[in-house]
Design a protein around this ligand. Sequence first.
Ligand SMILES: *Cc1c(COP(=O)(O)O)cnc(C)c1O
Length: 819
Amino acid sequence: MSHYNIDRIAAVLQASYLQKADTTGYVEHLLIDSRRIILPATALFFALKTARRDGHDFITETYNKGVRHFIVQQQVDIKVLPGANVLLVPDTLKALQQLASYHRQQFSIPVIGITGSNGKTIVKDWLYQLLSDHYNIIRSPKSYNSQVGVPLSVWQLQPQHTLAIFEAGISQQGEMDALQQIIQPTIGVLTNISEVHADGFSDAQEKLVEKQKLFAGTTAVICSPEKLLPLSFRQEHIFSWGEQKENKVVITRINKKLAETTIDFTSWELSESITIPFIDDASVENVLTCLSVCLYLKVPFSEIKEKFNQLRAVSLRLELKSGLHNTTIINDSYSADLSSLAIALNMLQQQGQHTKRSIILSDFQLTEEQETETYTSIAALLHHHNINRLITVGKKTKQLLAPLVAGDIEVQSFSSTAELAEQLPALGFQNETILIKGARVFELDRIAQLLEQKTHQTVLEINLSAIVRNIRAHQQLLKPSTMIMAMVKAFSYGSGSYEIANLLQFMKADYLAVAFTDEGVALRKAGITLPIMVMNPEPITFDSLIDHNLEPELFSFSILHAFESFLEKEGISSYPVHLKIDTGMHRLGFMQHELPALADVLKKNSFTVQSVFSHLAASEDPAEDAFTLEQSKRFEEACAFLQSTLDYTFIRHLDNSHGTIRHPQLQYDMVRLGIGMYGVSSAKGKLQLEEALQLKTTIAQIKQLHPGDTVGYNRRGIITQPSTVATVRIGYADGYPRNLSNGKGHMFVNGKPAPVIGTVCMDMTMLDITGIADVREGDEVIVFGPEFSVVEVAKQSQTIAYELMTGISQRVKRVYFEE
Ligand SMILES: *Cc1c(COP(=O)(O)O)cnc(C)c1O
């Protein structure tokens, strides 16, 4: 661990003490998020300030959780922080970076800094796989490559490490200098540069210039030469790969077969070949980058040759799936180190649907010196996250970890994954969340498969990280004070229910809204404590509405009076409600002429009006902008009138997702985000949204057919030339629209569109895959996703994305992941 006391940190940062207490303790963890406290006693909290969140607001909360070291950039009330050390600096982010930079200077090992548009994370992880027998490697966790992520990564550097690999990502001018000073790479790696992402830069060239600032001070830059700008480097520093003879690694042949690629190359005296289990160009390029790094480092080739064959597409993803017996499985069975364990435990904590939490943990691969300290930290982490049961796999966890937690945590130990697999049914997992975490050699993935619910192989994948980024993207259009109500009706637009709500709660959304009382009750049962608006509360559900602290939308006098008399009967007053005004949508809501009578009822104080809102009929349609503005005018008048009759204020909200993007001036006090959270939008405009849902299926069978043959019911699919037809495991019962039959719809096979042939069946669909190379039974097929938008599929089916998304049937398994 990094051993600095606060005095030394104060000296490094040239910071002054706002309050000085006991300064003898060591700081080992840097903390920027009060929700992610790991080991408070040795943590140092940086109160970072962003447009939306001010870390200074969370100091008391952090203090109450046991943290005693703080870095702030403004005066704080130290009276409420007895015994804490509080340092004042001009800029907390700069201080975080400065401290990491100082820490970096304590080491003289090779440090690889990776930048580029694509492939940074995969190159980092493959280098780790290739080199971990030769070096004790520290690498950035997940894709921690930002102005905040990089310092946190570099802070993990410890004396036992012999090689460091860090990623650097930038989004605007001027950011790379800061990252260069923190990473101080000795070896630069430039991965694939794409022309497209030039946001934040005037053009791609400018971005490239900025990226290559990372390489200042390196003794080598590894890349394919066409990627490099001629300007900044001395030729002898460039260690390039390519077909030309001038390269240090000369590629002589690339031979792609069914599922693998063989690459022949020469480098100095060496004339060799590697075989990799991938055939796509991006993987080949990333492998060549990795190969060049290994050769530059002079790792004996014979010792790594075979490892190229075993490279796996790293699952960076932390996957969340439902398991047997009402369990939730978080599968992170690919890596074992402290920082990734902390990240996985955070996900476990964020998903609060079960109170019981178990972890299946294999030995970490550690040197003897590291063991005691690492397992002590793991024990502290398990305590901190209130783990109920620990299941260890391997000798070391049994010897060194189990005794540290025994007594508080139920422990069961197994010597191998095979033994655990055999005993699994006897462990009686039910109604709990299970985190599976371990070193890759233990292959705990097998356990994950055994615990998961078996379904047919059609899955809807939900990228939780993309949802977070999409919400942040919308927030950029909003004032910092504008609240967000997340619309999670209809199983969060088909994507799940409590999984998404848990995420939104963790992100501190202000409000949730559902269509029906039942949906709200389900969320409460899953531990959601955010306020929840119910848009369509039926009188027979008033009881459970109140029992579960749900807030009804009142849209007409009949529902209003029904609720009022219910409250009277129960002896309840001032119950929180939301008033819906009809400003032109003509679906639900009080009409303008009803407002005076409404005001009279409100005076009786049965209700507290939490909010007044209305819904836009055509927020996405530029041709209807005049109508939208008319709606907003009526809305403002209605709010002003109701406000004049009440002696307290309420929240006003009008914009939905498209409204937020297209009419941000109508944000009032809150916006209601629905489809935009999933990155599905016809009005993205300048917003960078990412589609968060991907519907996938698999090929059950492939057939060769001949002219005259027909495919499917009623012989609708007619074969006119020799054809290859694949049957996939999705049909209209899964929500794949039947009107996409006979060439109307496409799915993506091996990156190529394959038209539907014949009619869509209940559980199956046939695709014409003629001419698409290298397709095998069992292969994955994309129905829609980031590369093939659900908006397109909806268009082909003459509907809208909303209908398609919410129509995906519940038998399709949902898989959640974070990247
Ligand atoms: C569904 C819904 C929204 C969200 O709409 P999106 O177009 O998905 O953003 C907002 N307000 C109300 C009243 C809704 O019913």
